[in-house]
Ligand binder design. Sequence first.
Ligand code: PMV
Length: 360
Amino acid sequence: MNFEERYSEDALKQNGIKPFDGVLKVIWRSPSNIALVKYWGKRNFQIPENPSVSFTLRNSFTETEIEYHCKKEKGVSFEFYFEGSENRGFGERVGKYLSVLSRFFPFLDNLHLKIMSKNSFPHSSGIASSASAMSALALCICSIEKQMFGTLQDENEFLQKASFMARLGSGSAARSVWPGFVVWGKTKTLTGSSDEVAIPLPVKTDNVFYGLKDAILITSPEKKKISSSAGHRLMEKHPFAEARYKQANENIELLVGALQKGDKNMFVEVVENEALTLHSLMMSSNPGFTLMNEKTWKIIDEIRNYRETTGRFIAFTLDAGPNVHLLYLEKDKDEILKFIEQKLIVFCDNGRWIDDGINL
Ligand code: PMV
């Protein structure tokens, strides 16, 4: 039985709740994550065309609180507040997401939800917030199931279901429910990997990578020019699609080997290749588009120069946007902070960057 079948079966058992008085509450804080091997291209319903590996961040998170009560009329009913005010734009996306979830959580039809969400990072920072936002919502809905039916007592089972549900909101959100290194998408390299849910990386990682830090250098506060859904869709007819999916599988194997052995050079090689591949795919799709700006390039050049001249471990990666994630090790923090101050901060929007790192 696959996960979809299992959760559809759960739904049959949970058709109808015992009415209750008053208002109940759930709350979750869920972080964003940054992919080292990128997910770009999907089929059916949020099934990835290739496996991805990420690590979960510590300081960039969404906190979502849901107050809920019983109602008589049937149907999804909610109000959505972002950072204290009602937000119709986000509310629309949340509404669509809840309708999708109601297939797996039929009790949603009997409740009214007051959803209050906020981010630890500024909304205008250009940071992709869908991973943290959708995973926080999915975790909350699983907590409501737990409160209503006493199910999902096992933590692993709980997070697995939350990962499946988060995926339906935003693919990369599936990875955010787990700490540390996470894999989503079936790959022969990793036992237990699945297209339906993310799992914690099932291999022992060398200690060196437990000190991973991520300085997120904000080069532009602008919103994304194109949604990731539109970007994923462009992969369907992309001339390089098959080669890309093969490369991602190979890069997973190389990255996992590097993580196990503590091979920093291989880590840098794969991670930077993945970042530039992601943006090359965007540029070479039809229509093509660019998300990097001139500051992104300047920072990349500076990072490469710094690595060449100091020999220190430092790498860049990119999300679907112009901001640069500078990866380094906690033990080098003082030196890297000096480097950021002296060489990189001039390329940051109002000198803004976010001090983040792996959430273990
Ligand atoms: O989760 P989505 O549909 O927003 O896709 C995001 C994909 C990337 O962030 C560009 C890469 C990744 O694997 O996170």
